[in-house]
Design a protein around this ligand. Structure first.
Ligand SMILES: Cc1ncc(COP(=O)(O)O)c(C=O)c1O
Length: 366
């Protein structure tokens, strides 16, 4: 029996080596290592890909969220609403700027942020909503934008898992006020190290992020604000420019695999994420829930299938946020998913044979 890995980046590298090595070499030859021409070029390409006017390359998705909040002027005394069912970095930026994260529940079927829970969590201190297009499935941006408009709030899209996903045929990232991307190696579009970006149609916002990432500089050695060192590396940018050309094909192949999983899964013990009608996901992870997770994982393992968990401890129950005094039982949908979720293998280079092996293993579980 062959083993089906959860994820295998070596296959992608083997396919693109012929383009990636010369791209990295040209950065070395031009010694454009930090920011510089390769980063500027990737910013232009990525903004065009996302259908927005501006992109700024950064050193991680975590920095993107941090600088987005700073650029929007959010700070001490402010509250920012964020789903608890996400990777913890969705919330870090709120804490970095001295604001308070307000964790809300997700919907029981789509597992995306619940707009009603958002509305209920708004106080006089609320300044922004961070919506996370988790697993590559866009949140209900229509409902969130209505709430944001009525209550005068910013929308920050955490697109770390959703490069190329569509909400009502529009790419995510430019639908809210600012979109934050991660190019962590395992993401839909992954660098050869750490990298991230913000995208926006707001020129002033893009310029503020541009200064904040580079020591608050407008011109060399003239520092207008307390800034950071969060620029994107030239090597990462060159790698991303090459890989961006393949992103749509990879997303397409992953959607095909996800469809095979959806059509092929007949086991009543396994629940799939419901995909809203008006979105086209950029599948990042294929997550299911099942009542007895450990038994399911062991069954898959015995059939050669590797799995992972995204995410077993919700943000509101993390020790890092104990001071906020959330209790188990407060965000029921989030807690249910955390206790019962299992991620199946999903990457574009998976063979049909591997996909069928996963489906057979899922369906033979009792
Ligand atoms: C939803 C989400 N937000 C933010 C991040 C942070 O991105 P990075 O790892 O590039 O800092 C990640 C990925 O790690 C993520 O999955």
């Amino acid at each position: 029996m062959d083993r089906v890995p959860f994820f295998d980046l070596k296959r992608q590298y083997a396919q693109l080596k012929g383009e990636l090595i010369p791209a990295i070499k040209s950065v070395m030859e031009k010694t454009a290592f930090s920011g510089g021409e390769f980063t500027s070029l990737f910013e232009k390409e990525f903004a065009a890909y996302c259908g927005v006017q501006y992109a700024r390359g950064l050193n991680s998705g975590t920095s993107a969220l941090h600088l987005a909040l700073l650029a929007l002027g959010i700070g001490p005394g402010d509250e920012v609403i964020v789903p608890s069912h996400t990777f913890i970095a969705s919330a870090w930026g709120i804490s970095y700027v001295g604001a308070k994260p307000v964790f809300v529940d997700c919907l029981p079927d789509t597992w995306e942020i619940d707009p009603k829970a958002v509305e209920d969590a708004i106080t006089k201190k609320t300044r922004a909503i961070i919506c996370v297009h988790l697993y590559g499935v866009p949140s209900d941006l229509g409902a969130l934008k209505k709430i944001a408009k009525k209550r005068n709030l910013f929308i920050i899209e955490d697109c770390a898992q959703a490069h190329g996903a569509l909400y009502k045929n529009v790419k995510v990232g430019g639908i809210g006020d600012i979109g934050c991307f991660s190019f962590y190696p395992s993401k839909n579009l992954g660098a050869f190290g750490e990298a991230g970006a913000i995208v926006t149609n707001d020129k002033a916002l893009a310029e503020r992020v541009g200064k904040l990432r580079s020591h608050g500089e407008k011109e060399k050695y003239s520092h207008e604000m307390v800034g950071y060192n969060m620029r994107m590396d030239g090597i990462q940018a060159a790698v991303l420019s090459v890989k961006l050309r393949y992103l749509d094909a990879w997303n397409k192949r992953k959607a095909q695999i996800a469809k095979k999983y959806r059509d092929g899964t007949t086991n009543p013990a396994v629940t799939l994420q419901v995909i809203p009608r008006d979105v086209t996901p950029a599948y990042h992870l294929f997550v299911v829930t099942t009542p007895n997770r450990q038994k399911f994982i062991e069954h898959l393992k015995s059939r050669g299938i590797d799995t992972a968990l995204h995410y077993p401890v919700p943000c509101h129950l993390q020790k890092a946020y104990a001071s906020l005094r959330y209790k188990r039982g407060g965000l029921l949908n989030t807690e249910y998913i955390a206790d019962h979720c299992v991620s199946l293998p999903l990457f574009p280079e998976m063979t049909d044979r591997e996909v069928n092996q996963v489906i057979q293993a899922v369906n033979s579980y009792v």
